[in-house]
Design a protein around this ligand. Structure first.
Ligand SMILES: CC(C)(COP(=O)(O)OP(=O)(O)OC[C@H]1O[C@@H](n2cnc3c(N)ncnc32)[C@H](O)[C@@H]1OP(=O)(O)O)[C@@H](O)C(=O)NCCC(=O)NCCSC(=O)C[C@H](O)C(=O)O
Ligand SMILES: [Mg+2]
Length: 296
């Protein structure tokens, strides 16, 4: 199993915005998505693409936790007039990952994987997929299944809630009532495929309280992190998707209890009036490893 890699806070930075690009090295987000798609106007697409190699060459080595911020590039859809040239440019720039927008079917992922195989070892550049179309929702299990084959490179799903709202006509409400069934379905499929699952963006970036509520909701739903549009959202996301102090204390108690000599051969024990099994020990160890990785 690969070691835990935090993706609590994943910030979109438009490839056409010099001021925003210059900020990346100072930001405490776990990953950055350099966007060539929706954040870049058609007239700026080619110039933005030409800057990619320079942006990735100047990537920060490590953040304040001694980790390197993951750098992912979102290309335009292969079916668009920019997609093929984006992919050729990104392949040369060697990001950690390539984010594919508007994925509808497993084929959309496999096609890009075939192009990457000409340039990179299978365990290098990963593929991330935006789940943001009605067709993707109907094919979600088959797309996620690709994650079980490392040769597919598929590593992470991102919910594209703006596009889903646009394409389905559901009402966007503060509690996301009409989106929740799809978000949970994505989460379930991602887990079946061994993929990370990131929540969509929160557009009202001047409303930190509502943002914190949406992060808490996504964390409770099991998401690994949230995609962000503004640096002011990073800290709250890092907090919301880190294990809580209470969860860590409980995990330590489970680990300590199973470490006792009298429990060494047991599959199930009682701890503070609660049944605890070895599956809970595995869960506790995973949480503690996650906390160690993020320095929590
Ligand atoms: C949303 C914004 C347009 C707001 O911009 P602005 O009003 O300029 O913000 P501020 O003045 O508050 O900015 C303060 C400083 O922070 C820098 N900044 C702002 N945003 C970013 C960023 N994303 N990354 C890095 N740095 C950023 C500004 O440059 C200011 O710097 P300084 O002046 O030096 O102090 C803007 O935040 C923005 O463009 N955000 C990203 C938008 C984006 O990428 N959208 C596409 C992805 S979301 C999506 O596509 C959804 C999905 O597909 C779906 O379907 O749901
Ligand atoms: Mg979108």
């Amino acid at each position: 199993m690969e070691p835990y890699r935090p993706r609590r806070s994943v910030l979109y930075v438009p490839a056409s915005n010099e001021k925003a690009l210059a900020k990346i090295a100072q930001l405490a987000c776990d990953a950055v998505i350099i966007d060539l798609e929706d954040a870049v106007a058609p007239a700026d697409k080619i110039a933005a693409r030409e800057k990619l190699a320079g942006i990735l060459a100047n990537r920060p080595d490590a953040d304040h936790n001694g980790r390197r911020c993951e750098m992912v590039v979102r290309v335009n859809a292969l079916s668009s007039e920019w997609g093929a040239d984006d992919l050729a440019a990104v392949a040369k720039a060697e990001p950690d990952g390539i984010l594919l927008p508007k994925v509808d079917t497993p084929r959309d992922v496999l096609e890009v994987g075939d192009v990457l195989d000409d340039n990179f070892a299978p365990d290098s550049v990963k593929l991330w997929a935006m789940i943001e179309t009605p067709k993707a929702m109907l094919n979600i299990g088959a797309i996620a299944e690709l994650g079980r084959d490392p040769a597919s490179r598929l590593d992470c799903f991102i919910a594209g809630t703006n596009d889903l709202i646009k394409d389905t006509g559901v009402l966007a409400t503060p509690d996301r009532a009409y989106l929740l069934p799809w978000l949970m379905q994505m989460l379930l499929a991602a887990r079946a495929g061994g993929l990370d699952m990131l929540d969509g963006v929160f557009n009202d970036f001047r409303d930190p309280d509502a943002f914190a509520r949406e992060c808490a909701q996504a964390a409770a739903m099991g998401f690994d992190g949230k995609t962000l549009i503004h640096p002011s959202q990073i800290e709250a996301a890092n907090r919301a998707f880190a294990p809580s102090a209470q969860a860590l204390a409980e995990a330590r108690a489970v680990k300590d209890a199973f470490a006792l000599a009298q429990n060494s051969g047991k599959g199930v024990i009682a701890l503070n009036g609660r049944m605890v099994e070895r599956l809970h020990l595995a869960q506790a160890e995973k949480l503690l490893a996650k906390a160690a990785a993020i320095g929590a």
